[in-house]
Design a protein around this ligand. Sequence first.
Ligand SMILES: [Mg+2]
Ligand SMILES: [Zn+2]
Length: 192
Amino acid sequence: MAEVIILDRDGVLNTIVVDPEHGTIDSPLHPTQVTLLPGVPEALLTLNHLGFALAIATNQPSAAKGKTTEKNLRDTHARVLELAQAAGARILSNQLCLHRSEDGCACRKPQPKMLLDALRDLGADPTHAWMVGDGVTDVEAGQRAGTRTAFLGPRKCDACKIFDGHSAAPTVWCADLPAFVRHLEASRPPRP
Ligand SMILES: [Mg+2]
Ligand SMILES: [Zn+2]
């Protein structure tokens, strides 16, 4: 059975966009705002070489909030995929929730639906999957779906307080995606 890694997108593959004028941080709202985090295309290719199928599950409520258009969001996602796959990696399933929290949809993380849909797409079982994200809701979604979970981020962050001594703790905690890939490489031999 295929082993799957389901990736959160913003803060895992691409950088969060800082608006210095308003002092806000947000997902990229237009393809020109997309910048990948260091080492991401190579890390994804290594995951493919280790035998993992890749998927993305991302909450993208900005069009529903009136901050951009749905077309811009789709074009932005296409740009992330173009850059992320530039080294030759392949991302096989893309799950986007376009709703806001107040819409009460079934798909928005921490709901597990997007993860389960990706696993169904790829013919995989949750016990053969990881959910990887930089948000507490990513870890919660993974736990609800029944996957292992990797939290990406510095140890000194708000998530520490949430995870500390709490059942929501991730399976592993790594600084970034390349560090998570090194963790996996160390724990399993590459396929011949
Ligand atoms: Mg994120
Ligand atoms: Zn949704």
